[in-house]
Design a protein around this ligand. Structure first.
Ligand SMILES: Cc1cc2nc3c(=O)[nH]c(=O)nc-3n(C[C@H](O)[C@H](O)[C@H](O)COP(=O)(O)OP(=O)(O)OC[C@H]3O[C@@H](n4cnc5c(N)ncnc54)[C@H](O)[C@@H]3O)c2cc1C
Length: 481
């Protein structure tokens, strides 16, 4: 892309009638979604939108910028859409482009479609591309390295040596790198120790017969086991997490959400848990499964979360989150089949355990595991993969410009530790709790305020909401530009 390194040019910045300037850091679905909905808001005097994203295309982000055929979307295609008001848009795009012709496994016997994650990335990128080509959205293919206040503007410096000025800044960087448990860091430098599975080629060193320890039992663990199986890994796998809970699959038959959660004014985590348990019993009596109840809770997640005092939100994060995550983040059926087979034939075990000690003898890795029932296991592995997922609680330490914004009092961690503190208009809350109308948080990093905000359906709804908030600001301040 040919792009002036200073944007806008000084003449345009100081011109009599300039465009409002919006900068978005992060071009995954969250950031690209905000840009998409804002660019199509239909203003006569549209804002100049810059999205900073080092990846080649906007809209892929961490989840959908993968060529691994074993990586599948874990929500049916019929519910993954860039357009919240048109949930089947992705499914229609698939049909229109005959996009799963080379992937017959994508369509399940009940008709649900779970394509490869790369295909969803292609769909979002194809929606953004025309906006980039026409200049409605500027894709700055760079990492933001510094953010500063400069008079009324935000000034962003990037890894290509550029400077961009903005009236409004949106942070949509979502998923920081994982933070491996300190016990495993003694393996740093071992050729078969994988601390971050998001690094391209991270699993390449693992051989087909390697004895594998997977630290973590969630969706990333499922991806790792499925990816390795698809390239011929047949060695034994131990997968551990503190409680030994593993991500569940989808119901055999699709069900409508079940239960009444919208009318109850929840005051405590205990009250919510009791109602969820009771509703699951009622659902089972009515021939449904727990899936239908959790889907209903998820559907009303924002309302439930907002009604709870912060202390109760923290209790949920501390005590209930592992159970919520295991049931709510479901694995794609194709991935579940691989795991079920490995568990059934004894090749894989899932243990409630933590690492007591870990050391190496040559290339062999000696591990002492303590199980939840206090039993101690001594095992030898050839490879260790950490799949504990992005370290959202460490977001403000993950990049120097975020640290700086925190240290200068522009940002602070949400009290739940789930992301960055913001109000219900997505405006960042400074150290003194005052919202900054020019600094917005989009996507999963706003979870502390909004609750359920990780799955794609909620992400795109939220992106459209952030775009509408920005659009209102631009309209309100139109005389400034
Ligand atoms: C591996 C994985 C698989 C998932 N699969 C599904 C699924 O199948 N279905 C579903 O509903 N949900 C899924 N999710 C949930 C996921 O959170 C959302 O679907 C969505 O992808 C989140 O997108 P995002 O834009 O918020 O974050 P991200 O994808 O993390 O995008 C953030 C972007 O910010 C960029 N960035 C970071 N720092 C900077 C910087 N300094 N300057 C410029 N750019 C920067 C990064 O390059 C990145 O592309 C998955 C999540 C993960 C991690």
């Amino acid at each position: 892309m040919n792009d002036d390194d200073t944007f806008p040019s000084p003449a345009a910045l100081n011109g009599a009638r300039r465009r409002p300037l919006v900068a978005i850091i992060g071009g995954g679905v969250s950031g690209a979604g905000v840009a998409y909905h804002l660019a199509l808001a239909g203003r006569d005097h549209p804002p100049a939108i810059t999205v900073f994203e080092p990846r080649a295309e906007l809209g892929r982000g961490l989840a959908y910028d993968t060529n691994d055929p074993a990586h599948r979307i874990n929500v049916p295609a019929a519910r993954m859409s860039l357009l919240p008001e048109h949930p089947t848009d992705f499914l229609e795009w698939i049909e229109l482009n005959d996009a799963i012709a080379d992937d017959p496994a994508a369509r399940r016997v009940d008709g649900a479609v779970f394509p490869r994650r790369a295909l969803f990335g292609r769909y979002v990128a194809s929606a953004l591309r025309p906006l980039v080509e026409t200049g409605a959205v500027r894709h700055r293919r760079a990492l933001v390295t510094d953010v500063e206040r400069d008079g009324a503007f935000w000034r962003l410096s990037d890894s290509q040596g550029g400077q961009t000025f903005a009236d409004y800044l949106v942070i949509a960087t979502s998923h920081p790198s994982p933070s491996p448990p300190s016990a495993v860091m003694t393996l740093a430098g071992h050729p078969k120790f994988v601390a971050d599975t998001t690094v391209p080629g991270a699993l390449d060193a693992i051989s087909s017969e390697d004895r594998l320890l997977v630290v973590g039992n969630g969706l990333t663990a499922a991806d790792v086991v499925a990816s390795l199986a698809s390239t011929g890994h047949r060695g034994p796998v131990t997968s551990i997490s503190r409680r030994g809970l593993r991500s569940r699959g989808h119901p055999a038959i699709a069900q409508d959400p079940f239960g009444a959660f919208e009318t109850v004014p929840f005051e405590s985590a205990t009250q919510l848990l009791r109602l969820v348990r009771r509703t699951i019993r009622e659902a089972e009596q009515a021939g449904h499964t727990w899936h239908a109840v959790l889907d209903q809770v998820r559907g009303h997640g924002h309302m439930i979360w907002r009604a709870l005092p912060v202390s109760e939100r923290r209790r949920i994060v501390r005590h209930l989150r592992p159970f919520w995550d295991a049931h709510r983040f479901r694995i794609a059926p194709q991935v579940e089949e691989v795991l079920d087979e490995a568990l059934a034939n004894g090749r894989m075990e899932v243990l409630p355990a933590s690492i007591t000690s870990i050391g190496r003898q040559g290339e062999e890795i000696n591990v002492v595991l303590r199980q939840r029932n206090a039993a101690v296991l001594e095992r030898v592995y050839d490879a260790v993969v950490v799949t504990t997922g992005p370290a959202h609680g460490g977001i403000l330490n993950s990049q120097s410009w975020l640290m700086k914004l925190r240290d200068l009092g522009h940002l602070r961690l949400d009290p739940t530790g789930l992301g960055i503190a913001c109000n219900l208009s997505c405006e960042a809350l400074a150290g003194d709790d005052q919202p900054d109308p020019t600094l917005l948080i989009s996507g999963p990093l706003a979870r502390g305020s909004f609750g359920e905000l990780m799955g794609l359906p909620q992400i795109t709804e939220h992106a459209a909401f952030v775009a509408s908030e920005l659009d209102k600001k631009v309209e309100k301040n139109t005389e400034r530009y």
